[in-house]
Design a protein around this ligand. Structure first.
Ligand code: UTP
Length: 414
């Protein structure tokens, strides 16, 4: 331990982060060991680079943004729909299809005490979101005569509670050997002057590295290997917080197969030029998503001859990838975006500081930053009222109240 301590101390001196050991002597030996391990594994150079990037103005002015082609599900003829569906169904029936649910988010806006998937919407005998998702996978497994593997990405913070919840509920009657939980990666947060922080447990404060971390964490946790072992070739990656998410959709898969591309994403029509959503586009010739903060008002408002927004295909985080594509992306580094957040921490005098305004930076990568690593991808426009009922905020837009209404309307529940 002596040696480890010396190595950690030297490393911190070199990176100007010696404050991390200020309260070391007050920690239990188990925590001392954990803290030293953290110090010796953190890539300080990466954090320094990320911190420096917070000072630079990000400019998108040089990106060439163009509209992207899409298939409008609602405008398909019966024959076209049949063609796509049978292409997709064949692959699903052969057991080559899996579902991945991203449930590693903190759900801060909803403010529910527990993982978002455990939130009960008061629907169908008070089902939790996880139960609603389980029911959908179960129904599809019966329909296609295969047990569809289900992978659930959690975070260090919510993994235990999530696994417990499934266990206590007997995996909602689904085959537990088909359900695999895996934890996403984390990155240290840093203060406004670039110092790493100590959390209430005396350890370095880390936070989930965003949903873009999914590819790397699928590789690190052996999920890609597990998929290959099970013969899975395609995986739908979707959010935990959309109660109308269609996780097993032969049309989406059929469109990808027909177009011979390695990924496909779902879009819904943007509600108006000012809606705060990212939209699919071609960015410098590659598929991408341009965020509402990045798009110029001119582009956001531009319409075609039918009066439709040219950049009107909202990204709803429902995407399909070939396992091959996941593997390729998992070996590359996605860019990080910085968020200014409130973060409680223990100061050098051992006191807990609870900030009233944002005081720290959190670094996250986004799943759609992987799109430009693909040669091309297919976009399927679906109907908002059929597939998009997000639970983001405690009240107002995209809240349990709006999600319940959309869910009931879709299923014809009174
Ligand atoms: P959001 O970005 O909407 O955020 O996640 P959130 O974390 O659920 O909620 P807020 O922003 O704190 O209120 C979209 C989807 O991506 C997952 C979420 O669980 C959700 O399914 N996600 C997000 C992760 O799995 N990991 C992350 O690091 C971030």
């Amino acid at each position: 331990m002596e040696e480890k301590y010396e190595a950690a101390k030297n490393c911190l001196t070199k990176h100007n982060q010696s404050q991390l050991l200020s309260n070391y002597k007050n920690l239990s030996s188990e925590k001392k060991e954990k803290l030293l391990d953290q110090i010796l594994t953190i890539e300080f150079n990466q954090i320094e680079e990320l911190y420096e990037s917070t000072k630079k103005e990000v400019s998108f002015a040089n990106d060439k943004i163009e509209p992207i082609n899409y298939v409008d599900k609602g405008a398909l003829t019966d024959d076209e729909l049949k063609k796509y569906n049978s292409l997709g169904e064949e692959v699903i029936k052969e057991g080559k299809y899996a579902v991945v649910t991203m449930a590693g988010g903190q759900g801060t806006r909803l403010g529910h005490n527990g993982p978002k998937g455990t939130f009960k919407l008061g629907l169908d005998k008070d089902k939790s979101i996880f139960e609603i998702l389980s029911d959908s996978i179960k129904k599809n497994s019966e329909k296609y005569g295969v047990i569809i593997p289900w992978y659930i990405m959690t975070s260090r913070e919510n993994n235990e509670q999530t696994e417990q919840f499934f266990k206590q509920n007997n995996y909602f009657g689904y085959d537990s050997s088909a359900i695999t939980f895996f934890k996403q990666g984390e990155l240290p947060m840093c203060s406004e002057d670039g110092k790493l922080l100590i959390d209430e447990n005396g350890l370095i404060k880390e936070a989930a590295d965003g949903h873009g971390g999914i590819f790397e964490s699928m590789r690190r946790n052996g999920i890609i290997y597990d998929m290959e072992k099970r013969g899975v070739e395609w995986a739908f990656i979707g959010p935990v917080d959309n109660v109308l998410v269609k996780m097993v959709d032969p049309t989406l898969l059929g469109v990808a197969l027909d177009k011979n591309v390695q990924a496909a994403g779902k879009s819904v029509v943007k509600a108006g030029p000012k809606e705060k959503v990212g939209v699919f586009c071609k960015k410098n010739g590659k598929p991408g998503v341009v965020e509402y903060t990045e798009i110029t008002p001119d582009l956001a408002e531009a319409t075609d001859e039918n009066g439709e927004l040219i950049f009107g295909e909202s990204h709803i985080n429902c995407n399909l990838f070939s396992v091959k594509a996941i593997e390729e992306v998992s070996k590359k580094k996605l860019p990080y975006h910085c968020a200014h957040k409130k973060a409680k921490y223990i100061n050098e005098n051992g006191e807990l500081v609870v900030p009233e305004k944002p005081n720290a930076y959190k670094f996250e990568s986004f799943i759609f930053d992987a799109f430009d690593m693909l040669e091309d991808m297919a976009i399927l426009r679906v109907k908002r009222e059929e597939e998009f009922a997000p639970v983001k905020n405690a009240e107002g837009n995209d809240s349990p109240e709006t999600a319940i209404k959309l869910y009931k309307d879709f299923y014809g529940i009174k």
